[in-house]
Design a protein around this ligand. Sequence first.
Ligand code: KG4
Ligand code: ZN
Length: 352
Amino acid sequence: MILHTSYLILRIVRILGIETSCDETAVAIVEDGWRVLSSVISSSLGSFAQRGGVIPEYAARAQVEMMVPVLREVFAQSGRDIASIDAVAVTYGPGLLGSLLVGTTTARAIAHLWKKPILPVHHTLGHLVSTWLHAEGAPDISFPILTLSVSGGHTDLWYRQNVVTGHLLATTRDDAAGEAFDKGATLLGLPYPGGPSIGALANRGNELAHLFPEPLKSDSALSFSFSGLKTSLKYLLRDGGSTLSSADVAASYQYAICRHLADRVLRALRANHGIRELHVVGGVSANTRLRRMMTDVVDRSITLRFPEKKYCTDNAAMIASAAYFLHQQSQGRPAPQFVTKATDELASALRT
Ligand code: KG4
Ligand code: ZN
């Protein structure tokens, strides 16, 4: 099934988005790719705070329990009913298998019962469109865009010619930036997720108290690497950390992660002339220190954008938005594949 193209031209397109790739049960209703009527997120994260990460089986069970209440809430907040929805967008991957199945099964059930088309969305593409979600109006974005996508699962640099097509310039050789925060927090005895915990402690510390080694310093490639930083932190805490306060260590570690990201972005901007905008998206883009550092990286000819803080971490509004742009781009033909992974098989299965 596919949305009729004329809908896109003649009237508002309203999409129900479902996102369950990790610990969250997220549902949202978005119009025309940017106007969020409602976005509800229920998270089981609290139960994992002291365990250093998400336990897949627990997460999926919580999602089975929360899906119907969250759906009810999203419709109640939007003031719309299911009849007014044009299509159901759902994250098909990557993510925790059991969790993804809760979302995709729900989407299939809604699509079947109410005769709605399903639009499968890659989770990464959701993050990449999160800068389009705005309360005031559709943003006027100029291309090409350089996008740094930083979360717990990936650290990627994209060169994008339009909303849904792009070229992957670089990725991480080992851990993701969010993973560096999460693993660092575990070493520091801070709760999961590590980004916000380290950020809060770092606010009270001196980021120049300890200088961590710069990853891939003499490497000319744009790739990222974070596992060395984590190892340095481990040895610092074991051998010399006692002379530093934990706030100083957290601030220095956060600074090292952000400096590495900023260094790669700067290199990419220098190598790719003509870039009009820099977008920084994904859970780590909520980091205040990273945001400040990115403003130092761009000159006045480049527009710097971040998602609103509530759309940095996983949410369903970005999935509904991505589905809108994918469909708009494809104009009734099969949507272009932005990212091809093994889970694309699930996407094709959902379309049939
Ligand atoms: O995008 P996201 O919600 O989920 C994934 O797709 O992975 O990102 C979660 C990641 C976690 O690693 C978390 O520690 C990190 O984003 N994160 C942050 C902040 N908020 C979340 N990292 C740094 N500073 C933050 N304020
Ligand atoms: Zn994510």
